[in-house]
Design a protein around this ligand. Sequence first.
Ligand code: F6P
Length: 361
Amino acid sequence: MTESKRIGILTSGGDCAGLNTVLRAVVHDAAGRGWTVMGIEHGTQGLMESPPRATRLDPSEFDGTIMRRGGTMLGSSNYGNPFAYPQLDGPDLDRSGEVIAGYKALGLDALIGIGGDGSIAILNKLAEKGGLNLVCIPKTIDNDVSSTEVSIGYDTAVEVATDALDMLQPTAASHDRVIILEVMGRDAGHIALVAGIAGGADVILIPEIPYRIANIVKKIRSIQASGRRFALVVVAEAVPNEAGNKIVQKYAGGRSAYGGIGHLLGDRLAETTRAEVRVTVLGHVQRGAAPDARDRLMASIFGVHAVELIAQGKFGRMVAWQNRQVVDIPIEEAVAAPALVDIDGPVVRTARQLGICLGDE
Ligand code: F6P
């Protein structure tokens, strides 16, 4: 008979499709082992409070609609590092001790943290400081966590961006327009590149490949010369302007996020090609969609593997997908450096062979 355990689970960082599906997998597997699962609200913020904000999760909650929904039923936050927690007035505070106290107050034997590379690095630091038994699951639409071929949420985001191109193409063709689609991707161009190929883009700009406007203009002119009067351009939000500066939107509270390169590019292309240009910024639509089948499957496989790691007492590990297998790797390895697009890899090569302009030639 296996020992009964009480485990916590939290979602941290930007939400994405498939998080509720991970919760369902963990809760079902853990319940089958006779364990209790505590769902912690709003990432580490739920543990900072006294008493911690957490509720017991029951498998019956997940048999209906929740596992199919985007977002996270636990809530999440992509700011508020507990080691430098922002205050309304005054300098940032180190609240890591409160998070560790929250874990202990809940009487947890282990914690599953679902996050991107930033959140996972913070959780690992907390685990090292407080002796927490941590297992992580990678999620991010950006797919830039190292040592795993996929992170939860990426596949759905690509699907959404591809659907957007499928919907933009007929209107671009009807009006003889150049339509630019700006997609997310903080620093990595995976969504833009893959959706651009799948969605028949003529030009794809990613932060990993420097571009020149002249090369894009040349491509659009050659399309026009061939008799086709529309073009589709995909640009990743982290692509800089021609001067090399990334374009950022500032929000209330001093926070900011990438966004705006699509419109800048649109203005430049309208000036230089005389084409009629329109811009669509896809934004958070890429995060809030219902998970596709592949994300649901990966979420389930990752959730079950995380529970098994806890059963085996293997902590400080991140679940990963490599060569069609679920594996686990040391967390340090996963957060050492972001996984950017391999500019000499098969996906970039395929784009070039399809005649897609990547801006560099
Ligand atoms: O990391 C996920 C992500 O969606 C990025 O692609 C994007 O740059 C960022 O989060 C947006 O963050 P926010 O939700 O704060 O606007």
